[in-house]
Design a protein around this ligand. Structure first.
Ligand code: ZN
Length: 116
């Protein structure tokens, strides 16, 4: 279960951040998932619901954003995005392209409020 491991990592990251904000609590967390990260959003949601109980995210709304594949052509230096896995440059047809983002999964932002 790839997703369970990811969620545990996200919670650990948030816990580490919250050490610097002892009087605050998390009300919202935005996760960014690359379309090609291999993460199933539904499984991720299930894992989140399971692990957030009793964690720093227990009262937080969790938003999952899907990010398309961002690429750059090394031949003509154009940047472009793809919805499916295709490494061809749409401008010059070159295969000398590199993936900039869209393969990863990360914590994009956190919203904190004072704990009451
Ligand atoms: Zn190109």
């Amino acid at each position: 279960m790839h997703e369970f491991f990811i969620v545990q990592n996200v919670i650990k990251t948030v816990e580490d951040l919250m050490v610097n904000h002892p009087k605050k609590k998390v009300v919202k967390a935005v996760l960014l998932i690359g379309r090609f990260s291999g993460v199933e959003p539904e499984l991720l949601q299930t894992a989140l619901d399971f692990f957030k109980q009793g964690s720093v995210l227990k009262d937080a709304e969790i938003v999952i954003e899907i990010e398309d594949l961002r690429m750059r052509c090394q031949k003509c230096q154009q940047e472009f995005s793809k919805e499916k896995w295709d490494l061809t440059c749409p401008f010059c047809g070159s295969f000398e392209t590199e993936v900039l983002s869209g393969e990863e999964m990360l914590l994009k932002s956190l919203e904190l409020v004072d704990e009451d």
